[in-house]
Ligand binder design. Sequence first.
Ligand code: IMP
Ligand code: MG
Length: 332
Amino acid sequence: MFADVVVDLQYGDCGKGKVTHHLCKSGEYTHVVRYNGGCNAGHTIYHEGKKFVTHHIPSGVFFGIKSIIGSGCVVNPIQFFKEYNELKDAGMDIEGKIFIAENAHIITEVHLEEDGKDESIGTTKRGNGPAYRDKYARKGLRAKDIPALQPFLIDVYKEFFQNPYVDPKVLFEGAQGFGLDIDWGDYPYVTSSHCTVGSAILNGMPPQMIRNVWGVAKAYETYVGAKKFHNPNPLFDRIREVGEEYGATTGRPRQCNWMDWELLCKAINLNGVTNLVINKMDVLREVQHWTIKDRSIMHQFDTEDDMMDWIDINVPRRSVKKLLFSGDKESI
Ligand code: IMP
Ligand code: MG
């Protein structure tokens, strides 16, 4: 038994789906588990030349791996069936591959209606916050309470510990990111779940079983929501266009900013990242600007190589064993 975890180190949208997709190709995993969030997340995946955007369904399903929406998630059954049918209609062989932890909580119409009125946080209006609130207030509905979900239910404890036919090798796939974590993010401009590695082990995996933690960041930062994230700068507008920085769930333009080194180091340390991936280097290459914000210092680099060297030298090495840079169109 072992588990690898994919975790986002900034504000979501750093390319976790891409890393998960890459890791799944190894063929070594028996399960992929989404460990937090609901359909606020949007995973953009390019598989065999086709673009797919999933919200609930983990990307392991593209490889025929058993894919579980874990107990740390909240599920909107209508959205779940919509995605399920879309994948089936696209010809994917997903029958018997998609599961929902029976103790995952449900997003109801009432949650959607309430979240739909949010103006202060800039939520995705997918009912996430109210669903988690009702979970912790102990008045939520769980997947096992919903008749239509019965064929998809799974007891993760039985699956991982009591199934004589399975030696679990699990890939945990996170949603959102460190800056949106309910405890470590910029409260109240956060989501309502834990977006750190601790969240993965709450979904049925003992901590000793964690092998690698894949921390995913971008060469610059993006954020969607109500807070002001940057000062006006034509370079950020350019990054948004080149990087196609528009929300996968809501289509909102993402605010862009330079990489915040302090935040990144904190996320690396607290998550115990072993493999660090910096995505979207190709965007800065096209914009021809490379800057890292380190508290009050702005490090400006003349070339991509200079930026990569600086990161290599300065990255906290307590846990990081591997550092990979990637352009979106390249494979990692
Ligand atoms: P909620 O998760 O819909 O409640 O939204 C809370 C905050 O998290 C808002 O700023 C959202 O834009 C942000 N957020 C939620 N999910 C994602 C995501 O998947 N990517 C990026 N931002 C997200
Ligand atoms: Mg996303």
